[in-house]
Design a protein around this ligand. Structure first.
Ligand code: DC
Length: 249
C-alpha cells in the first residue's frame, strides 16, 4: 500500500490516481468517503453541530452498506444508497460542511473501517489526511504532498471555475469585466478558494482526532514547482526502491 497525505489542492488525487494506474493497483480516495457521508448528513437535515445525530446518520449508512467507493483509477467515484454522487460531493455545500462532519470521532471510526476494507492488505494507493498515520500505519511507502497555498488555491480555483462554466455560468454578455465581485472573475474565484482552503487546512490540522500531519517516516514532496508528471515519477521511484518493481518482475 502507498499512502499520499497532504492538504487540499496539493495534487494528491491526480498523483495517486496516476500512480495506481501505472502499477495496476486500486485507488482509494478517503476524502470521498467523508464527502459522501457529509452529503448524507445534509440531505437528512441534521444540524452539523449535533455530533451524536451526525454520527448516527453516518453509522446507519455504513451499517446498511449504503456508501460504496469505486476504486478503479479510471473510474473512481462514490455511490450513496445506489446513487452515483461523485459530482455532487465536489460542490460547495458539501465542501463547506465536510470539515465539521469529519471531525466527529465516531464518524471517523466508521469510515476508517470502510476505508481499510477498500484498501485491503496490498495493491492500493490511498490518499487523504491521516492515511499514513492512522488508516494504514504499516504502509510500504508514505508520501506527504504539499504545495504553496497560492499554488494550491489556483489549482483548486481551476477545478471550481471549470465546474461553474460547465454547469452554472451566466452568459458572458452583460458581465462587467472590471467588476471585482463578479463570481466568475478568476482572481475573485482564486481569492475565495484560498480563504476556504486556509479555513479547512486550519480545521483539519487542529482537530483533536487524527489531525492532518505527516507520518514520521513519510517522504515530503513539495509540489509547488513540480509538474504532476514529476511527482508521479518520484512516487513510482519510491515504490521501486521499496521493492514494488521486484514483486512485479
Ligand atoms: O481530500 P478532500 O478535499 O476531498 O477531503 C475532504 C475533507 O475530508 C477534508 O477537508 C478533510 C476530510 N478528510 C479527513 O478528515 N481525513 C481523510 N483521510 C481525508 C479527508
Amino acid at each position: 500500500v502507498i499512502t499520499v497525505d497532504g492538504p487540499s489542492g496539493s495534487g494528491k488525487s491526480t498523483v495517486s490516481r496516476r500512480v495506481a494506474a501505472a502499477l495496476g493497483w486500486r485507488y482509494v480516495d478517503t476524502g470521498a468517503t467523508y464527502r459522501a457521508a457529509t452529503l448524507a448528513v445534509l440531505r437528512a437535515g441534521t444540524p452539523l453541530d449535533d455530533a451524536p445525530a451526525v454520527a448516527a446518520v453516518v453509522a446507519a449508512i455504513v451499517e446498511r452498506s449504503g456508501l460504496v467507493l469505486r476504486t478503479s483509477p479510471d473510474d473512481a467515484g462514490v455511490c450513496l444508497d445506489g446513487e452515483d454522487v461523485s459530482a455532487e460531493i465536489r460542490r460547495s455545500p458539501v465542501t463547506s460542511a465536510v470539515s465539521a462532519v469529519s471531525a466527529v470521532p465516531e464518524v471517523r471510526r466508521a469510515l476508517v473501517a470502510l476505508q481499510r476494507a477498500a484498501i485491503g492488505a496490498t495493491g492500493a494507493v490511498a490518499e487523504g489526511r491521516d492515511v499514513g498515520t492512522v488508516v494504514v500505519p504499516d504502509a510500504l511507502v508514505k508520501v506527504y504532498l504539499d504545495a504553496d497555498t497560492q499554488v494550491r488555491a489556483a489549482r483548486r480555483a481551476g477545478d471550481v471555475s471549470a465546474g461553474v462554466s460547465a454547469s452554472e455560468s451566466a452568459p458572458s454578455e452583460g458581465r462587467d469585466p472590471n467588476d471585482p465581485n463578479d463570481p466568475h472573475d478568476v482572481q475573485h474565484v482564486v481569492a475565495a478558494v484560498a480563504a476556504d482552503l486556509a479555513r479547512r487546512d486550519r480545521f483539519d490540522s487542529t482537530r483533536a482526532d487524527s489531525p492532518l500531519r505527516p507520518a514520521t517516516e513519510a517522504v515530503h514532496l513539495d509540489a509547488t514547482a513540480m509538474t504532476a508528471d514529476e511527482v508521479v515519477a518520484e512516487v513510482l521511484q519510491l515504490a521501486v526502491v521499496a521493492g514494488v518493481g521486484v514483486v512485479r518482475g
